[in-house]
Design a protein around this ligand. Structure first.
Ligand code: BMA
Length: 390
């Protein structure tokens, strides 16, 4: 090989390929590894992709229960209809599901999604390339009442030595058994972003900060984390999630530690009217800055675990408000909450428009922005990474 040809192939060629793709620039200090020392290769790979996406200020778009039901319809396995795609023409990059009531041995979750359908939807979503995230609105192990039950002092009874501790482990065993069935066609464990004990800085769940001291909450989290790892689950990215906070210290106080958490996030909802839109943008931008600071401090990515405007009574909310609320700095992802449709009490409950909805056109424009990423963009990133690694 002539020297000039050699020089082109080995130096300029790869540089050109990399220039065409997203750089893996270091926002954080390298190396940034998952907390699980035995994390599956699929988790290590996914984690690096997530870091790369955040370093480049792209935002994955997700939807809770997207493949289970939408406004006015329920899923038929194999059809995989979803409101997100019906309205935008694009498949979400992130799919959320909730394990609530799996701990009771039920076949349906708290929102009537069958765990069998959930497994199939997760397998289908993963096969297509989407990222999967699971939350858990679990019942209170002390009294068996639902997640929102704060009537009893659940801590410290659920911690090791407490009278409800074996109930807690029995609940966790049910979750573990289900997660172990989340495998691809080759029998490989599907990588999951696991977000237990979410919105902990609120006061509405039995695990929230009004019922637990920082030490009690951290004990619960660490116990859960190591219990899952000891039972051989190495396909999880552990997502710490808060609700409201006035400053970084409130988020720091309950943080279990970098050895038990991989990603930090917050949930924040909008309430629509022009003046509330301005407030939502300001609150989100404040929270984003705090998250960005903590993300650098703890050397991990950050995201928005749940957001949305219920019923979307503002036709340009997505491009006019949400788009402004999630830039500079940008979250790794946003997950829109579920499209339940009409509920038993007669109220409508949904966060992504459905075909014919007045905000549908705006949602489609939002999805097409260059920094909002759907499955198409995620797949293109993986393809370009594969090429530049060759
Ligand atoms: C809430 C609502 C409820 C639901 C719960 C768990 O925000 O959507 O209807 O039961 O989440 O998914």
């Amino acid at each position: 090989m002539r020297l000039r040809t050699w020089f082109f192939c080995w130096l300029i060629g790869p540089a050109m390929l990399v220039a065409g793709s997203l750089s893996a620039q270091n926002r954080l200090s390298a190396p940034v590894l998952p907390s699980d020392p035995k994390a599956d290769l699929a988790i290590k790979t996914l984690y690096q992709q997530l870091l790369q996406i955040q370093a480049n200020n792209k935002v994955l778009l997700g939807h809770q229960d997207a493949l289970a039901y939408g406004v006015g319809w329920k899923q038929k396995p194999g059809q995989w209809r979803n409101d997100f795609e019906s309205v935008s023409g694009e498949f979400p990059a992130l799919l959320g599901f909730d394990l609530g009531e799996l701990e009771l041995g039920q076949s349906l979750n708290l929102d009537s999604v069958s765990f069998d359908l959930m497994r199939k939807a997760i397998q289908e979503g993963h096969k297509r390339g989407a990222v999967i995230t699971l939350s858990w609105h679990g019942h209170n192990p002390l009294n068996g009442l639902h997640a929102w039950d704060t009537s009893d002092q659940t801590f410290p009874e659920i911690l090791p030595g407490g009278k409800a501790h074996t109930k807690l482990t029995a609940y966790l065993d049910k979750l573990i058994a289900f997660i172990q069935t989340l495998q691809d066609e080759k029998g490989q464990a599907i990588p999951i972003l696991f977000r237990p004990y979410h919105e902990l800085t609120g006061n509405w769940f039995w695990w929230c900060s009004n019922s637990a001291t920082p030490e009690q909450f951290k004990s619960l989290w660490k116990f859960t984390h190591w219990y899952f790892l000891d039972r051989g689950l190495h396909n999880l990215i552990w997502v710490y999630n808060v609700a409201w906070f006035k400053n970084a210290n409130e988020v720091r106080a309950y943080f279990p530690g970098r050895t038990e958490a991989d990603l930090i996030s917050y949930d924040h909802y909008a309430f629509g009217s022009p003046e509330n839109n301005a407030r939502y943008i300001a609150e989100m931008q404040f929270k984003n800055r705090v998250m960005d600071t903590l993300s650098r401090e703890w050397n991990l990515p950050w995201a928005i675990g749940e957001t949305g405007l219920e019923k979307i009574g503002d036709d340009t909310w997505f491009t006019g408000t949400l788009a402004k609320a999630m830039q500079n700095p940008a979250p790794l992802y946003v997950l829109f909450w579920r499209n339940a449709g009409r509920q038993a009490n007669g109220n409508m409950h949904y966060y992504v428009p459905y075909p014919g909805h007045p905000a549908a056109v705006d949602f489609a424009s939002f999805v097409k922005l260059t920094y909002t990423w759907t499955l198409t963009d995620l797949k293109a990133l993986r393809q370009s990474n594969t090429k530049s690694n060759k």
